[in-house]
Ligand binder design. Structure first.
Ligand code: CA
Length: 471
């Protein structure tokens, strides 16, 4: 088939909530198996350095839809709503002949300009949504559906594909609520892992020494900050210390992984459906998550930090017409790049206002053109839930430089209690788990100078403002 005869592809974007790459088989998980998500990677490409530009739900979703950084799209925090009047990838696809739908988690506000726009069909859970018998806001009407959220979101997705006009390509965002806290599994997976112990991560007993103050100040510790609600029972009274911490980790991680088992089953159901309908060749299928998550790493759950486990998004993509089977890329791809990628494959010009770049050459294995070698990150919600300090930073192939400017700067959902700013530098080659801050190590003086310059260059490039400490 010649280039002209290739039909514009369908695009199915499956995104879960808080699913870290290190809980996916093809990313080398030590704690679970995900045969169906792996199937996408085996039949396409796995991206090992896909990063979010702000590791928190609502902002990442806004970056994906608009192709812009959060200081541009206005969704910096969980308390912000998306102003739907701005340009989004769904609107552009809809205006250019695609049938469009979103099913599942939205989390960008409801009512007025914050309801989904650019979608022919939308059926989204209000706010975080429920795992069991969830409500949906479907084209403005609230309905309640009996069953388990992950199954229902897949049913609704398949049902919409089934009802489409077969003459036109489609774009579907299938957004799972799982595996977000409070990690409630379905009955089918409720007893998985019952008789085994899930291995604890390398940094499980991190004492937060050799780091800036932010790590020790964060309130997302497995042993201290999870509650009986998370465990679905009171911890056994006879346990204490390390034994109690291990018990808590097992309760937490098993429910998290059970939720993922259902997501993986449902990814398989969708892939099987595409096979049955003869849609596999002409459909781009992606599996990702809005950000990463700490799975006991550094003794934590949750995300927000620019550390690897939370920064990294899983990203596997299959498109048999263009992407070779079983390929892997280390190029740095960001959530703001997704919209430009979809538009490029849909043969629509990427608007100037989008800040991301289409990475179709990367997924097609064409490494001839230049590509970014550093990325910019910013987390605004100073001392909000989990008490993480506001910070920004850059990551290159080998290094990560983080600046905890630690000031609310009037940001919604933040606390106006500034801390003294601090820097962290990690040598990811020598210290992949980011346990030793080498910012003040004389051996890294030159590296620091180069990275600071690059950080400020990137800030200028994306149009964000540098923090100037008035101390
Ligand atoms: Ca999330």
């Amino acid at each position: 088939m010649s280039e002209q005869q290739v039909k514009r592809p369908n695009i199915i974007f499956i995104m879960s909530d808080d699913h870290a790459a290190h809980a996916i088989g093809c990313y080398g998980s030590r704690i679970n198996e995900t045969p169906n998500i792996d199937r996408i990677a085996n039949e396409g490409m796995r991206l090992d350095n896909c990063f979010c530009t702000n590791s928190i739900c609502t902002p990442s979703r806004a970056a994906i839809l608009t192709g812009t950084y959060n200081h541009v799209n206005g969704v910096k925090t969980l308390s912000d709503r998306l102003d739907g009047k701005q340009l989004t990838v769904s609107k552009l696809l809809q205006q250019n002949g695609y049938q469009t739908a979103i099913v599942g988690k939205w989390h960008l506000g409801h009512g007025g300009d914050s309801d989904p726009t650019g979608f022919d069909f939308w059926s989204v859970v209000p706010g975080q949504g429920d795992y069991i018998d969830p409500s949906f806001i479907e084209m403005g009407q609230t309905i309640k559906v009996r069953g388990y959220a992950t199954d229902i979101i897949t049913d609704k997705s398949i049902d919409w594909i089934e009802r489409r006009d077969k003459e036109k390509p489609f774009f579907l965002m299938c957004h799972h609520k799982a595996p977000h806290r409070p990690w409630i599994p379905d009955e089918k997976h409720a007893h998985m892992y019952e008789d085994i112990d899930i291995p604890e991560p390398e940094t499980f007993n991190d004492d937060y020494s050799n780091r800036a103050s932010a790590a020790a100040a964060a309130e997302m510790r497995i042993d201290r900050d999870l509650t009986a609600r998370d465990f679905k029972m009171e911890p056994p009274a006879h346990l204490e210390g390390a034994a109690l911490k291990s018990w808590k980790y097992q309760r937490y991680i098993k429910d998290y992984l059970r939720c993922i088992a259902s997501v993986d089953d449902n990814v398989g159901r969708l892939l099987d459906y595409l096979d049955r309908e003869g849609l596999t060749e002409d459909t781009i299928v992606i599996y990702t998550s809005d950000q990463g998550f700490f799975l006991g790493d550094h003794g934590w759950y949750d995300k927000r930090f620019m550390y690897e486990e939370s920064l990294r998004m899983p990203f596997v993509i299959r498109y048999p017409r263009k992407i070779s089977q079983g390929t892997v890329s280390n190029h740095m791809v960001l959530n703001v790049d997704f919209a430009p990628l979809f538009l490029t494959y849909a043969d629509i010009e990427v608007p100037e206002s989008m800040q991301g770049v289409s990475f179709h050459p990367i997924v097609e294995g064409d490494n001839s053109a230049g590509w970014r070698t550093s990325m910019y990150y910013r987390y605004w919600m100073h001392l909000s839930e989990h008490k993480v300090y506001a910070h920004y930073g850059i990551r290159t192939e080998q290094y990560k430089l983080i600046y905890y400017y630690a000031d609310a700067l009037g940001t919604l959902g933040s606390e106006d209690e500034p801390k003294t700013p601090e820097w962290e530098l990690f040598d990811l080659k020598k210290d992949p788990y980011e346990m030793i801050n080498v910012y003040n190590d004389p051996d890294y003086e030159r590296v620091v100078a180069v990275l600071e310059k690059e950080l400020h260059r990137l800030q200028e490039e994306v149009g964000d403002e540098r923090f100037v400490y008035q101390g």
